[in-house]
Design a protein around this ligand. Sequence first.
Ligand SMILES: *Cc1c(COP(=O)(O)O)cnc(C)c1O
Length: 394
Amino acid sequence: MSQEVKSLSQNHEYLPFVRTSISEQTIADVVECLRSGWIATGPKVQLLEQSLQDYLKAPHAQLVTSATAGLHLALLALDVGPGDEVITTPMTFVATLNVIALCGAKPVLIDVEPGTYNIDVKQIEAKITSQTKVIMPVHFAGLPVDLDPLYALAKKYNLRVIEDAAHAIGSEYKGKKIGSFGDIQVFSFHPAKNMTTGEGGCITSHDNTFADKIGRMRFHGIDRDAWNRYSKGGSQHFDVVLPGYKCNMSDLQASIGLDQLAQLDAGNQKRQTLVNRYYEQFQGWEEIILPQKPAYEHFNSWHIFAPLINTAKCGLSRDEFMAKMKEHNIGTGLHYPAVHSFSYYQEAYGYKIGDFPAAEHIGNHVTSLPLFPSMTQQDQNRVITAMQYIFNKR
Ligand SMILES: *Cc1c(COP(=O)(O)O)cnc(C)c1O
């Protein structure tokens, strides 16, 4: 390490690429829940569900223990199983595909747009077969997929749509919040996401039959929730209408989410401000390639800011770049290796390197730079200065 680099990193503590914001209000809400005598599913879950319905303008918002559980339940509720195909993207967190595999269905992958990293909607129709049941787009980094043509296809072929909206709480497509329209959306409240419940997820839907089924499936197949059974006035009797799962959210988790939701818009605005500055500062840099914005109107929640390292121009591989950032005491993320590069997906479905060149290129060159609401301009200056050193720009 050069003297210069040393002095840079030694003066600063480690800057992670994501840091969860927990307010004093959140801590107070959790303490209140603990003291209330009710920490399992109950009034806090109801309150957060109502708040999410209002915020997202969704007719149904149902909390579960994770987005992974939510995606899995949604597929199962649509009776997706062996023999069925689910169209999705290789540029996502592996959970998106794992749940399809767990249902016994086949994930049919479509390559992504090289600039937005989102599923290339234009390529979907050619992959629809008589086995296709669901399209599962992912709003990468919070950038909404081009949903109008996607829903037009779903209508034409009578397919259901489950939007993996793990990154996209607060995002808007043509002036409408993700979750306020369409079929089914699943949001994640993992601590790294734009709002958290510790761990958790939310399924929004626009179909009463589907929502009723999710309500039973997330809690043992029982057709009323625990609060109604155990609270004063609730009945001890219940029926089991199907063998359900156990992925209901607890009040303890929901109490974390209430102030998180109240802070969400401010946090997303802060992310937008930081991202605007990244775009400004990196303008004209050939060493990195910035994510592109689609022509349609949208608001991006900017869950992550993930440019590509232009290895030919900077003489560094992505992994070397990430290692050098670490020398400067700065964390970076890797979202994501293309899912078809994982051995299970190659062995189980015959996918191989070369099948989805755009996703592979992103998977091999992408890195997420620090971005979170409590990040200061000084933090951001450190990132930019470190990159100037690493790319020999000063
Ligand atoms: C985080 C994430 C998930 C899974 O969310 P959990 O709440 O951790 O289960 C699914 N899909 C994508 C794209 C994600 O980023």
